[in-house]
Ligand binder design. Sequence first.
Ligand code: PPS
Length: 295
Amino acid sequence: MEHEKAESTDEKGIISKYYDGIHFPTLVPGDVKDHLNAVKNLKHRECDILLGAFPKSGTHWAFDVLYMLQTGKAEYSFDKIIALDFEPTEKFDALDSPRVLVTHFYPQHIPKYMVDEKCKIVYIYRNPKDTAVSAHLFLQRFDMVGFLGYDGEWEQYLELFTKKHVYYNSWFDHVKSWMEFKKTNPHLPILFMSYEDMKRDLRSCVQVIAEHLGSKQDPEFLDQVADKCQFSPMSKAKTADKTETAMSKDGSNPFYRKGVVGDWKNMFTVAQSEMLDKVVEDKMAGIDLNFKYTL
Ligand code: PPS
């Protein structure tokens, strides 16, 4: 399959695998159509959980919360996080049950059995300004064989993020399509959780997620999960483990940077912020989700 180089003002476009109108990262294995087909037909396992998120919305964070709740142990997942997007589907057979399957895919791509069998789904979303900053800085640091990335400047990245496309096309399309999926499938157990709410009060969010999963809700255990999943201990433990630092250009952990709400203020100009506000107003009109840009 041809990799497509998208247009951008500095001519350093995001290099992606393009299929069915969507720009996927080049790390999607092989032919995108075949891989999506294999994911759709993933072998059924009872009690699997799906975690969906647009990139840089707190996927790794939410994964560890789910993993701890599912295993009933307040222990980090370390190398257990593998995404449906980037691994051959056979790899998922090797995971212990119950599995937490992670994806940045759109709802139409998730395994069929998960919909048929009403598996529990958690969708994490984050305000678009912090998401864009996190993604831009991630792309500067991330390095992995097979990843053809993007090294454009912030201004150009923001233009792609708002007006054209980035990986998985757009934050707007992603959040809207998951909202639409929830609306049109009211019988499915889908929990929407915001990064900002997790940041404001992780303990309460852990409780909500545990209730959604029907997992162990002993208060002391939930306290431990919330403590372990605070940014500082989690990023320290994950960085010391070294599995993820191997994926960066500078030896840092590309998945843990600042872990705050409102870092966008250090990157956006006033004009850029106003521009994005207008785009959000336009593209998210009628969408019943509250995005918090500060705490
Ligand atoms: S990825 O590559 O798409 O899977 O990235 P993702 O994990 O979705 O998002 C990375 C951002 O999440 C922040 N993060 C956290 N924030 C708060 N608390 C905890 N425990 C936590 N763990 C990860 C991480 O730092 C990235 O955000 P930025 O803004 O870049 O710091």
